[in-house]
Design a protein around this ligand. Structure first.
Ligand code: ZN
Length: 437
């Protein structure tokens, strides 16, 4: 830690009215602990599984148990680990002032896309701005050409993989950041705050993190997932999402005598897929643009099936997209005969914006908290979903805040320790702002 950073911390502490009770050094030490914690948590292999296993993969439970022990040492209250693998705990308010109950959530599992077994992190201090060799024999390099954002972290400490696994910053950085913030608060009872609720959830990476989330037990009025990417990220908009299954009934006849009789379901599938605008696919869209995405096609002459996902930020055009699929199906049925095409559309999740807007102060406060600790907020729509989106529709408005990590789900994943420290500061600042509001 350099001197100018120490000054920032001191100023931060003054803001929290702590200067008399704590030193900049104390703050600095507890911030450093976020890295220690992170390095401890990534040792657990918590790779998610697509299998319908409940509770979940055993590694997630192992990590959950360790977190429970740490929460006990911190003297957090109402600590629980349920049979589905959800860890919950809270820190009761220490003032009579009416303050909303705030929640902070991170997930235990890592992506099934890449192994998280035996993660060997490399710690690069005072990063020199050059390419970083991750794995010598396999010539795996984290290059500034492919990842120019590396250059933002010159002089900082980076944690990378050894090129054989993912790192697990998604979302063990989030867990480490929440734990460090709670550790700080429990060690500084003089900081006044409302009720703080925390949760660590299983199976987020396979889209099931909200399935058994007990909002009532959690006890927060609203929450933040600490599950975003690079420093500054703040998200409260995501896709509306649906999945569609199109089944096609063909008619198989011996090809030698098929004239006028055979209906080849594979060719009909091809015709169906050709009905969509060519520029409305994931590969042709960005920002707020929606799409139709053909994810799977299989079939034979007799039967074929197409799978789509439909995504749009705007709820009206989301409905129009689904409507269009129904129309295409209807039109082709007119051409080939009733019931040749059948379609099933299922909504998957919705844009949380609708649920966040009435309590927009939660986003505004996060934005102000970032600015107050010297982080430039980067508010952008998520081209996907989050557990927070589902929780928002379950009654717990939950925007998403950065962890500080980059290149999630693969071997190029890395995180600057500085960004993790900033995330802890943002969490503490949000708590502080609500207690003073
Ligand atoms: Zn995540």
């Amino acid at each position: 830690m350099r001197l100018d950073q120490k000054k920032v911390y001191c100023r931060y502490i003054e803001n929290l009215s702590l200067c008399a009770l704590s030193t900049a050094k104390g703050m600095e030490l507890s911030m450093k602990r976020v890295t220690e914690r992170f390095l401890k948590y990534i040792k657990f292999d918590t790779m998610s599984s697509e299998e319908d296993t409940v509770p979940t993969t055993q590694g997630q439970i192992e990590l959950a148990k360790v977190l429970v022990e740490e929460l006990k040492i911190m003297n957090m209250k109402n600590i629980s680990l349920d049979e589905n693998g959800y860890v919950m705990a809270n820190l009761p308010a220490n003032t009579d002032k009416v303050i909303p109950a705030l929640g902070f959530i991170a997930h235990l599992d890592t992506s099934p896309d890449m192994s998280g077994l035996v993660v060997n992190p490399q710690i690069i201090e005072d990063y020199n701005g050059l390419d970083i060799q991750l794995h010598k024999e396999n010539n795996i390099v984290l290059s500034t050409k492919d990842f120019p954002e590396l250059l933002n972290y010159k002089g900082k400490t980076l944690i990378t993989t050894d090129g054989t696994t993912l790192l697990g910053a998604d979302d063990k950085a989030g867990i480490a950041e929440i734990m460090t913030a709670m550790d700080y608060l429990t060690n500084h009872p003089e900081i006044l705050h409302g009720k703080i609720c925390i949760a660590f959830t299983p199976n987020e990476e396979v889209g099931r993190g909200a399935n058994y989330f007990d909002i009532e037990q959690f006890g927060a009025d609203f929450a933040y997932t600490i599950d975003g990417g690079p420093i500054g990220e703040l998200e409260y908009e995501n896709f509306n999402a649906a999945g569609a299954k199109v089944s096609i009934q063909g008619r198989n006849i011996h090809p030698g005598s098929a004239k006028g009789k055979m209906v080849n379901a594979i060719l009909l599938a091809q015709e169906y897929a050709n009905q969509f605008p060519k520029d409305e696919t994931p590969a042709e869209t960005e920002g707020y643009e929606g799409f139709y995405h053909l994810t799977n096609i299989h079939g034979e002459v007799e039967k074929a099936e197409l799978r789509y996902i439909i995504r749009d930020f705007d709820s009206t055009s989301f409905e129009e997209r689904k409507e269009r699929m129904l129309k295409i199906t209807g039109r082709l049925n007119e051409k080939y005969g009733h019931d040749t095409f059948t379609i099933e559309i299922k909504d998957q999740y919705f844009n949380m914006r609708e649920k966040i807007e009435p309590v927009k102060h939660i986003v505004d406060t996060a934005e102000r908290a970032m600015k107050a600790v010297g982080v430039v907020p980067d508010i952008r729509p998520i081209r996907g979903g989050t557990d927070g989106a589902r929780l928002s529709y379950m009654g717990l408005p939950t925007p998403n805040i950065f962890t500080g990590g980059h290149n999630f789900h693969g071997k190029y994943e890395f995180i600057p320790t500085y960004a993790m420290e900033k995330s802890v500061e943002v969490i503490l600042k949000i708590i502080d702002m609500y207690s003073k509001a």
